[in-house]
Design a protein. Structure first.
Length: 173
């Protein structure tokens, strides 16, 4: 049961990170017969960066066909929950996964309230929706949440933001 809850929370979180709710639903659905695509995503970077405790956001496309990959660093679980409960995320869940029940918080099984988190969201477009009851045409949508382990070395910068607090990380400028 806990694994099912984690899986549901993961899909819910990736939708919020990979998708927003600022595009008009009726217009997009009229153009595609009710089906939505990754082209209907709004400016997620701006939405994430506006979230208190979001330290940085980077996005890219990957060579394996994943059209949208977003890396978002959060100061801690409270910051991640601020995004999860935001109007953009909640609107995205209702828009793209209207039949999926939500949770009161992101990653409920993760009990560490202090560690920073890196959320990696990936989405691969498709010709038709993957999940029954969802208008979103994707073949893959995933969320991965990581927390740094102590240590490491960064010469002249690193992938994570300067404001990311990693115990034992040596930053050399």
């Amino acid at each position: 049961m806990q694994l099912k809850s984690l899986a549901l929370a993961a899909v819910s979180l990736v939708v919020g990170i990979g998708i927003g709710a600022s595009s008009p639903l009726a217009s997009a659905q009229q153009q595609t017969g009710g089906q939505l695509s990754v082209r209907d995503f709004p400016d997620l970077g701006a939405g994430l960066k506006a979230t208190p405790g979001c330290l940085d956001v980077k996005s890219t496309a990957l060579a394996d066909g994943k059209m949208l990959t977003i890396f978002a660093w959060f100061e801690n679980k409270a910051a991640l929950n601020a995004w999860y409960k935001s109007p953009m995320h909640q609107g995205a869940m209702k828009r793209f996964f209207p039949n999926m029940p939500g949770h009161a918080e992101a990653i409920p099984a993760f009990k560490d309230e202090k560690s920073p988190l890196l959320v990696v969201a990936t989405v691969t477009p498709a010709d038709r929706p993957l999940l029954a009851g969802s208008p979103l045409a994707v073949s893959q949508i995933a969320i991965e949440v990581y927390t740094p382990v102590p240590g490491g070395l960064a010469f002249g910068g690193g992938f994570g933001p300067e404001s990311l607090k990693v115990p034992g990380l040596r930053r050399v400028k």
